[in-house]
Design a binder for this molecule. Structure first.
Ligand code: GCO
Ligand code: MG
Length: 410
């Protein structure tokens, strides 16, 4: 019987920081997993190296579910982003190995394709209307059929997720984690934001019409009542979703938002397990599950969450920007293709440096992503090239109220 013979953790920075697990079997088959936790990368490296890799050696690589339960239940300390990112990396690497051993792309092992491709949304942003319009047009020109819209707020400086001073055609490394020893600080004012955002969506609808699916991310910054106000004020502009309108910890907060607005709601990129969704799903307080494979315990665990959501007609909208590696992105695409209740997939192209280290076989055509048909995940990792990009600490910004400097939700 083939067994897991070797497992190695890489942390390098081709364009930005990524943590990658490589598992090798006694038959010489290798599998890749993504364990990237933006701004807290080395905690997952230690968890994997010190506490997981030694437990993997000698195990059956095809016992994917048993290994997941062994690492989850066996730790005693369950859940949390560090634990679940580490377990996710193992799970995804084992699916990759199973695909290679059976000669099948992972989506075939998950039940086969339910669609020809996964509708993707890209991130348009601009500090003012002309730059926002140019960014939306740029995404349409690239083939995107759905677009997230983020914008600056008058009176505030840099707002997270919004490109500034970008020249036409220039690549913006969306939402970069800055390579600084401590996080940079941004300013916030919810009242100014709530007044401004509906005017932006009115202008975008006027310019681009009503056919184009538009999304918006609130980045957990509002109270339940403020979120209800925002949802109601955006109803005339027919959003595909409003994401993360309130902080993720309090599931009950969305009861008030849900009762007050028909704007569709999405949440979950900071969630780690099905228990973060229990109230949201059973009470039908959301429309879309935003988890990342990388932060939710892998393909095995996210498949269970999304099957649970399907009972309530809740769909997927998996996380997939550049803060997870192409391995995590590929894992999401295999799941997207196979599940019935697919909604949409987030997609930002990684930088050239990232894609030179992680060689991918997924494609983006006519607005749809496809994971490709190579056995396994379809991603190769160039270890020698990766080693030339040293890991450098980088942090997401923090957010303070403009009025008096109070620390605010990110
Ligand atoms: C999204 C996320 C990103 C986060 C990033 C943090 O919807 O894509 O909110 O905006 O910045 O995932 O690591
Ligand atoms: Mg988000």
């Amino acid at each position: 019987m083939s067994v897991i013979e070797h497992a190695e953790v890489f942390f390098t920075s081709p364009g930005r920081n990524f943590v990658t697990l490589k598992i090798t079997t006694s038959d010489g088959v290798t599998g890749l997993g993504d364990a990237t936790l933006n701004g807290r990368e080395l905690s997952v490296v230690a968890y994997l190296q010190e506490h997981i890799v030694p437990l993997l050696i000698g195990r059956d690589p095809q016992a994917i579910e048993d290994t997941w339960q062994y690492l989850y239940r066996g730790a005693y300390w369950r859940r949390g982003p560090v634990t679940m990112a580490a377990i996710a990396a193992v799970d995804v690497a084992l699916w990759d190995i199973l695909g290679k051993v059976t000669g099948q792309p992972v989506y075939q092992l998950l039940g086969g394709a339910s669609r020809t491709g996964a509708l993707a949304y890209g991130h348009a942003s601009g500090s003012d209307l002309p730059s926002l319009f140019a960014s939306i047009q740029n995404h349409l020109d690239q083939g995107f059929k759905a677009i997230r819209v983020q914008t600056g707020v008058p009176g505030l400086g840099q707002v997270y997720g919004v490109a500034t001073n970008q020249k036409p055609g220039e690549r913006y490394d969306y939402e970069p984690a800055k390579r600084t020893s401590v996080p940079t600080e941004e300013q916030w004012d919810s009242r100014a934001y709530l007044r401004h955002i509906p005017t932006i969506f009115a202008a975008v609808r006027e310019e681009f019409g009503y056919d184009l699916p538009l999304l918006h991310d609130g980045h957990h910054r509002l109270t339940p009542n403020e979120a209800a106000i925002l949802g109601k004020s955006l109803e005339p502009y027919d959003l595909f979703w409003l994401e993360d309108c309130t902080p993720g910890e309090n599931q009950e907060a969305l009861r008030r938002v849900r009762a007050q607005t028909t704007t569709p709601l999405a949440i979950g990129e900071v969630f780690n397990t099905v228990f973060d969704y229990q109230t949201l799903i059973t009470e039908q307080l959301i429309d879309y599950v935003r988890s990342a494979v990388t932060h939710t315990g892998g393909i095995s665990a996210l498949k269970k969450i999304i099957d649970f959501a399907a009972i309530y007609q809740i769909k997927s909208g998996f996380h997939g920007p550049t803060d997870i590696s192409p391995v995590g992105q590929a894992a999401a695409l295999h799941l997207d293709l196979a599940i019935h209740n697919f909604g949409i997939q987030e997609y930002m192209k990684h930088s050239e440096d990232t894609l030179s280290v992680f060689q991918t076989s997924y494609t983006f055509e006519n607005g749809l992503l496809h994971p490709g048909n190579n056995p396994g995940l379809g991603v190769e990792y160039d270890e020698a090239l990766a080693a030339t990009f040293d890991y450098t600490p980088a942090y997401l910004p923090v957010n303070r109220l403009q009025r008096d400097g109070t620390m605010h939700d990110w």
